[in-house]
Design a protein around this ligand. Structure first.
Ligand code: SF4
Ligand code: SF4
Length: 475
């Protein structure tokens, strides 16, 4: 089977239950954002720019558990911000699993290995030794870390930890191969860390998924290479979605300057071009998402947005109308369902009901439409059934060539900062202070990436200042 039977049955029975009851709108996946603090400042991340990233602004654990009960979604995607920074993340995961939810921990991967070392320390017995040995051999933990696991104190052994279970996936953010991914997350070394975390997770028995956003600049061949590489690591599934790039300023430029939208953002037409091979990828790799949604992405059919099926809860409440756009926050899920004028959103028969929806084809708006039978066409149920119950694609064969293709950035000295470093090493750069700024930035980044003790605020001013100085030097 492509996906675990227990998971498929849980989701199918949830849909059937609501269809029988004729519930007009219900939740399929809760996007739970317990905090918006993050250790990275990815280009295009709306969260760290829209919301406060202060660690004080968090949804309390009890409230997180209560909102999951309230909306009754069978699946919960814990996102943020970086959810592994949430101080009660272990308790939150344990509580949601107790409620019988299927969990996706959407993470940038940087703190995953630390959380898995905590798990190994809590469960350590002589039987854990072969796992530790393998992790050391593969350089996924150091000898010192292995010893710390062996000699864990009582507190570490009693700690609530994130354990492998068939009901949970690590869902690692990977937007391309090494060069591209590090560029998008604006830090060199993050792709490598993600790969090491994925390898460690598989050795420890966790399920691992990845999630990828496709941008205007995304190269389709690179996406396919990325899936091949991730598949060779035996990743259990992949979510892929077009980026949402509505921006008032861009829209304004279109109307005032007469520029084409294609110059600025991913239009529906461009999304369909980028996703032309999605159905083929669905056969080669374990792509999450219904075949109906895949047909929609490939431009073969229309769907109506069902954003109410993937509601978002964060520090301000239930976010409406969707994960991407904010027209308001509501204290209750049912209240949001009742008060939001859903017919004002989405694209119907090619006409955008809200101009901001015009180019949106994101999975959190349209993937549930495929599962829920919106715009049902004859044969859809069979397609969904055949996809879910069909054979799982075999892992792509691992090879040195594939590894070479994947590590095309900082590993081979071609990281996105290489050019900046070269410029900054020039005598002219020394004169205007750019080197000092760069060194300060690099030292901070190194500390964050390897020690993980500092949470970024989302403030990009230092980086912007650095880039301005580099530009000056280049003139
Ligand atoms: S990892 Fe990147 S995309 Fe995710 S919350 Fe942090 S800054 Fe945003
Ligand atoms: S079409 Fe996209 S932007 Fe519009 S409401 Fe649906 S998910 Fe949100």
């Amino acid at each position: 089977m492509r996906f675990p039977l227990a998971l498929t049955m849980k989701i199918a029975s949830h849909i059937v239950k609501h269809k029988v009851r004729k519930t007009p709108k219900f939740a399929m996946v809760l996007q739970l954002e317990p905090l918006h603090t993050c250790n990275l400042t990815c280009t295009g991340c709306g969260r760290i720019r829209e919301y406060s990233t202060n660690l004080k602004d968090m949804v309390p654990l009890e409230k997180c558990l209560a909102v999951a009960m309230e909306c009754e979604a069978p699946m919960v995607s814990i996102c943020g911000g970086e959810p592994l920074i949430y101080p009660k993340i272990e308790e939150l995961i344990a509580g949601l699993l107790d409620q019988g939810r299927v969990l996706y921990i959407c993470t940038n991967g940087v703190f995953m290995r630390k959380k898995m070392r905590d798990y190994l320390a809590a469960i350590y017995t002589a039987e854990t030794e072969p796992t530790l040995k393998k992790l050391v051999e593969e350089k996924l933990i150091s000898e010192k870390e292995a010893d710390a696991i062996r000699n864990a104190n009582d507190a570490a052994r009693k700690k609530v930890v994130i354990r492998p279970t068939k009901w949970m996936y690590w869902n690692v953010h990977v937007d391309g191969l090494e060069f591209t991914h590090d560029l998008i997350v604006e830090r060199e070394g993050v792709f490598k860390e993600c790969v090491e975390a994925i390898k460690m997770a598989k050795i420890c028995g966790y399920q691992v998924a990845t999630n990828t956003t496709v941008y205007k600049e995304t190269d389709v061949q690179e996406l396919e290479d990325m899936f091949k590489y991730l598949s060779s690591l035996e990743v259990d599934g992949h979510t892929i979605s077009p980026g949402y790039e509505y921006d008032a300023a861009k829209k304004d430029m279109v109307s005032r300057l007469g520029k084409q939208p294609e110059d600025f953002f991913l239009t529906r037409k461009m999304t369909r071009q980028k996703f032309a091979k999605i159905e083929q990828w669905g056969k080669m790799f374990t792509i999450f998402g219904t075949p109906v949604y895949q047909e929609f992405l490939a431009g073969k059919r229309e769907l109506t947005c069902t954003a109410w099926a993937i509601p978002t809860y964060n520090v301000k409440g239930w976010k409406a109308p969707c994960y991407l756009m904010t027209d308001g926050h509501y204290p209750g899920y049912q209240e949001m369902l009742t008060k939001v004028e859903w017919e004002k959103y989405g694209v119907v028969n090619g006409i955008a009901r809200d101009p901001r929806c015009e180019n949106c084809m994101v999975h959190c708006g349209y993937d549930p439409s495929g599962a829920l039978g919106t715009n049902y066409q004859r044969g859809d149920n069979w397609k969904n059934f055949a996809y879910n119950f069909g054979a799982k694609p075999k892992p792509f064969p691992a090879s040195p060539e594939l590894v070479k293709t994947a590590f095309n950035g900082v590993t081979i000295g071609k990281g996105h900062l290489a050019e900046a470093k070269a410029v900054l090493n020039s005598p002219r750069a020394a004169m205007n202070g750019a080197q000092a700024t760069f060194r300060q930035e690099a030292a901070t980044n190194q500390h964050e990436a390897h020690v993980g003790s500092h949470c970024g605020t989302g403030d990009t001013s230092e980086r912007d200042e650095l880039l301005a100085k580099i530009k000056d030097v280049k003139k």
